[in-house]
Design a protein around this ligand. Structure first.
Ligand SMILES: [Zn+2]
Length: 65
C-alpha cells in the first residue's frame, strides 16, 4: 500500500521536459504583467519553444490564515 508521503530530491543535473513539445527546458518564460485578479495568479510560466503554459504561481500576498 502506498504511503501518503512523497520524497523531493534535488537534481540539478537534469532538465525538465516540456509536456507539449517535449524539448528540454534550460529556461522557462515567466509573465507577471497583465494577469487579472480573477485568476488569483501572480505569474504564469510557459515554454520558450511552444509558448504553452506550464504552470502558475500563486500571489505572493496570499497568506492563508
Ligand atoms: Zn514546449
Amino acid at each position: 500500500m502506498p504511503t501518503a508521503t512523497i520524497r523531493f530530491t534535488e537534481r540539478e543535473d537534469l532538465s525538465p521536459i516540456c509536456p507539449f513539445c517535449e524539448k528540454y527546458l534550460d529556461e522557462m518564460y515567466v509573465k507577471r504583467r497583465g494577469l487579472t485578479d480573477a485568476t488569483e495568479t501572480s505569474a504564469v510560466f510557459f515554454c520558450p519553444f511552444c509558448l504553452k503554459i506550464l504552470g502558475f504561481a500563486p500571489p505572493a500576498k496570499a497568506a492563508v490564515g
